[in-house]
Design a protein around this ligand. Structure first.
Ligand code: F3S
Length: 281
């Protein structure tokens, strides 16, 4: 049995950067709170908890005078609320997310209704939508936009950073079809992060050469789920969080196994999965 690791695994640039910032802040402050999970990965959160990083779910739960913002970013309203409470910010917002936020802000200032292609309840999407000052919508289907009556004259479209590029393209096509005869002007922005593109391409390349694929990452991680979905369209795929989950019977009848991981899965967890697979073969 042959086991191969996809060409791109380990933390993405944004998560690596957020981890460095938070580790430094935890050292300097003797521990720190983060507003929401820094990353959607339980193993990484446990490591952070070990150095004094505590997750709080809402602004009113913050105990200290400083809080860290996750790589997913926050809305301007939430930022203003924290400032009002005199809470200092350690900002780990990923630069790619920041770029999407600024696209939303500029579109709003130019009078565009903003459509964010993404999961409405995802922290990153909520943050981006906050920059539209209530003149936008987050959706994965064109319906909520097409059914607006009247359809806004100017529509700006951008994507959650971790979506699958081909699906975003499909979404844009259906949106154009819905708006084509209604005199609307549509501006489209590519805000999908480069790391996600490269990671998805590397995972697909690997999936094409194996008969079983393991995608390692948090079950609540959007980009990990997208990777698993893409790979499952090509070959048998299992999403796992750790090596301990692997069952020997899963490997029966398989000759080539591929391993990839989400953007918030550290290299060590990937290597543990590979070591376990090697031990089982
Ligand atoms: Fe940033 Fe892309 Fe990672 S948006 S946090 S570099 S997945």
């Amino acid at each position: 049995m042959k086991i191969e690791k996809a060409e791109k695994t380990g933390f993405c640039f944004g998560v690596r950067r957020a981890m460095e910032i938070i580790e430094k802040a935890a050292r300097e402050h003797g521990g720190i709170e983060t507003l929401g999970q820094l990353v959607h990965n339980r193993q990484v959160l446990q490591k952070l908890a070990d150095i004094g990083v505590k997750v709080v779910e809402a602004a009113e739960d913050i105990q200290g005078d400083t809080v860290a913002i996750s790589a997913h970013g926050i809305s301007p309203e939430l930022e203003a609320e924290l400032q009002k409470q005199h809470i200092g910010l350690v900002d780990t917002t990923c630069p790619y997310v920041h770029r999407a936020q600024q696209v939303a802000r500029r579109l709003n200032e130019a009078g565009f209704f903003v459509v964010v292609y993404g999961e409405a309840d995802h922290p990153e999407v909520k943050g981006i939508l906050g920059w539209t000052k209530g003149k936008g919508v987050a959706t994965l289907s064109e319906n909520p936009v097409a059914s607006l009556d009247p359809l806004p004259r100017w529509i700006g479209v951008l994507s959650q950073t971790t979506r699958i590029p081909a699906h975003y393209t499909e979404f844009i096509k259906t949106l154009i079809d819905a708006a084509f005869t209604k005199d609307s002007e549509i501006r489209i922005f590519d805000t999908i992060c480069h790391d996600i593109r490269d990671r998805q391409e590397a995972a697909l390349k690997s999936a094409r050469t194996v008969d079983l694929m393991f995608v390692v990452g948090g079950r609540n991680s959007a980009n990990t789920n997208h990777l698993a979905r893409l790979c499952s369209e090509i070959t048998e795929t299992r999403l796992i969080e750790t090596a301990e989950e692997i069952k020997p019977e899963w490997l029966k009848g398989h000759q080539r196994i591929g391993v990839t991981g989400g953007a918030s899965t550290d290299e060590q967890t990937i290597n543990e999965v590979i070591a376990k697979l090697e031990a089982l073969t």
